[in-house]
Design a protein around this ligand. Structure first.
Ligand code: ZN
Length: 459
């Protein structure tokens, strides 16, 4: 039986991950990501699927991020009825992420129709909440290290990759060959998550390359967090943290609690003003089996790893609005992480004009976002149609990244006992993927290529 793999996304780009595995009659899709970002990429979500969803046996999913899972509702709408295998943590996160992605799609279509800002009449959502519910009904959680048979003659095992809760390295046997896909790889010695599991062998290896040309800062992010909290206390102001609901929000809550108990910051009220972040934090707390030793020790000693002393949750929209009257010092964590939407916007509009406000960015800020403009020192930003002057102090750190940098990717690759017959760099912008390929060739002396979109390779 011969087996082959076709790259249908995340080849030369970071979004839209889809790898199509054929082994004899078996047809399995590895990842089912949505394309995001540039218009040409997003248009690909609307093209007819390059494979017939009804003829797929199963989907294997590395983790819940939308660039890996967001096309699932569309796939099920277009006829896919097979099982979707993923880790238990991923399954739980999908239950909040897919309906949320559907709501965004429906809101955007509604907005375009209202504003007539569309070339298509009427504008339609890529998928709806009903499509998301149909996809969720197909999800089958499989514990780490338990092999599953997604199709006849194919077995798959999930190993923790340390990137976010549930994130997996996917290890597939098909046609007598072993295909290892790194998924998104996390980092070593970071809070909460364990290190990526080392893999010793593969015939074909797909390795992500998001930061294949980058080196993260050597510090763990705590110096700038300490500085930001101290400034809020000195100024009796509010520290605003725009944060991604999944991963970054939990890291931040964990670090604030650690810094408090180590006496490095004073106790301050910490408001989590993000419904999705609140939900995700509960899921993180529930999956203690995925925490590293330090986080587990906190729980074993009777503590709650994600609960700083002054922790409060703003649940409703009214709770959120009431924070407008809040006097500092206090911390408000709210989405979205790049200040492109969500509750952080009304906090920024209210508090950016005040010099006693501090804003701390803890994640990547894409070009064209308000977050990027603020990080680059803009003296005013547009929010809800108003010109908002920026008199707050803006701080940022890249140390809380959830992706391995080049050195960490090479460290994980160093776990292989012999070179895979073929290695492909996936999930990276062209420069990042090429830089990782060059480093793999130069330092490991492996045969390595950047995956080419649409290309098919024998395993
Ligand atoms: Zn990811």
């Amino acid at each position: 039986m011969t087996a082959s793999l076709t790259f249908l996304g995340a080849a030369g780009t970071v979004t839209g991950a889809k790898f199509f595995l054929e082994a004899g009659p078996a047809r399995v899709l590895l990842e089912c990501g949505m394309f995001q970002g540039l218009r040409e990429l997003r248009a690909r979500n609307w093209a007819p699927p390059p494979i017939d969803p009804a003829r797929l046996d199963a989907v294997l999913l590395s983790h819940a991020h939308i660039d890996h899972s967001g096309y699932l509702p569309r796939l099920s709408r277009d006829g896919f009825r097979g099982p979707i295998f993923c880790s238990p943590g991923t399954a739980d996160l999908l239950r909040i992420m897919l309906p949320d992605a559907a709501r965004l799609q429906e809101e955007e279509a509604e907005f375009r129709n209202r504003e007539r800002a569309t070339r298509y009449q009427p504008a339609l959502p890529l998928f709806t909440e009903a499509d998301a519910a149909r996809a969720l009904a197909l999800v089958r959680p499989i514990p780490f290290e338990h092999p599953v048979e997604p199709a006849e003659g194919v077995t798959a095992t999930f190993h923790p990759s340390g990137h976010i809760l549930g994130a997996s390295i996917v290890d597939v046997q098909a046609g007598g060959r072993r295909l290892v896909y790194s998924g998104d790889l996390g980092r070593y010695d970071v809070p909460v998550m364990r290190d990526p599991v080392a893999i010793e062998a593969a015939d074909t290896l797909l390795v992500e390359s998001t930061y294949g040309n980058r080196r993260h800062p050597a510090d763990d992010g705590t110096p700038v967090i300490v500085r930001a909290v101290q400034r809020a206390v000195e100024q009796r102001g509010v520290l605003l943290v725009p944060a991604f609901a999944i991963g970054r929000t939990q890291d931040l809550l964990y670090l604030l609690r650690e810094l408090e108990s180590a006496g490095r910051i004073p106790d301050v009220p910490v408001y989590l003003d993000s419904p999705m972040g609140t939900h995700a934090t509960a899921i993180y707390a529930r999956h203690a089996e995925e925490h590293d030793a330090a986080a587990r020790r906190v729980a074993e000693a009777g503590g709650e790893p994600f609960v700083p002393r002054g922790f409060r949750v703003a649940r409703t929209r009214e709770d959120s609005k009431r924070l407008n009257g809040l006097e500092g010092p206090a911390v408000i964590i709210a989405g979205s992480g790049m200040a492109t939407g969500g509750r952080i916007l009304h906090h920024l509009r209210r508090r950016l004009p005040e010099p006693r406000t501090t804003v701390l960015f803890v994640g990547y800020q894409a070009a064209g976002t308000r977050g990027r403009a603020l990080r680059e020192g803009a003296d005013r930003v547009r929010i809800f149609g108003a010109d908002v002057p920026v008199r707050a102090t803006i701080l940022a750190t890249d140390a809380l990244s959830a992706h391995a940098d080049q050195a960490e990717l090479l460290r994980w690759l160093g776990g292989f006992r012999r070179p895979p017959a073929a290695t492909f760099c996936v999930h990276g912008e062209p420069a990042a993927a090429a830089a990782l390929r060059d480093a793999i060739r130069a330092q490991l002396h492996w045969a390595c290529e950047v995956a080419e979109d649409g290309a098919r390779t024998a395993l």
